[in-house]
Every structure is written in C-alpha cells, then in structure tokens.
Design a protein around this ligand. Structure first.
Ligand code: ZN
Length: 133
C-alpha cells in the first residue's frame, strides 16, 4: 500500500469519518504527518542525526556548506518557515519524505553526482522520519 493511502490514520484504521490527527487534532494530510507539532522531538532527532552524518560524509568545505544549507531548508519546511531557493522546491519538499530528492540542490544539472552519497543519506533519514511519525 502506498503511504498516501494510509491517511488519515484514524479513518483507515477504524472506518471513522474523522480526518483529524490523532496527536494534535489538526486536519491530517501527508504534510501534517511530518510537520505535526507533536513530532518535534522526532524532527529534532533527525536534525542531530543528519548533522552527524554530514560531519562524516561532507569533507569538502563547499559541499559541507551546501549540505548544511539543505538541512536548514528541510528543517524550515518541517517547521513551516519560508524555505530558501533550492531545486527541491520544484518537486516539493514533502516528496523528500517519500524518497524523492533532486540530484542537484542548487541548479538543474540532472547529471550532477557530487551530492549522491549525501542524497542517499537524506532520503534514508527522511523516509525513516516519516515512518516514525
Ligand atoms: Zn498533528
């Protein structure tokens, strides 16, 4: 079953006509699952874990700076702040939590490979976050 077919949780589980989040009572959609204010601890854990991974994986200063900026954009998305200029906006940030990430975060080069290891890490951590929410 696709993740999008599991929402809203209470409606699918119990056949209720309720579309509200079990955690906070807001309307539950795919954005809300990862943005719910009741999942802040999970979001903060993601940020810490990814930050550690970046320290290991992004050794070149420019790549590290790009990666830290991309992480900031992910956290901005999760906390409903304005997300800066990145090509991930073209496919929407919520798709990151389904495993879709652009190859080049700051331009449209579809052959770009400099972020490939980091992209694998981001996808893994973000899909894991979705599954924990
Ligand atoms: Zn909620």
């Amino acid at each position: 079953m696709a993740l999008t077919n599991t929402l809203p949780v209470i409606k699918k589980l119990n056949g209720y006509s309720n579309t509200k989040c079990l955690r906070c009572g807001d309307i539950e959609n795919r954005d809300h699952v990862v943005k719910c204010t009741q999942t802040i601890e999970i979001q903060n854990k993601l940020e810490k874990t990814v930050f550690k991974e970046i320290s290991k994986l992004a050794t070149k200063p420019k790549i590290r700076a790009d990666t830290l900026l991309f992480l900031k954009y992910i956290m901005d998305f999760l906390t409903n702040k304005q997300v800066g200029e990145t090509t991930q906006n073209l496919i929407r940030f919520k798709e990151l939590f389904r495993g879709y990430i652009v190859k080049d975060w700051f331009s449209k080069d579809e052959t770009e490979t400099k972020y490939s290891t980091l992209n694998e890490m981001f996808v893994l951590k973000c899909v894991m976050l979705y599954n924990k929410c």
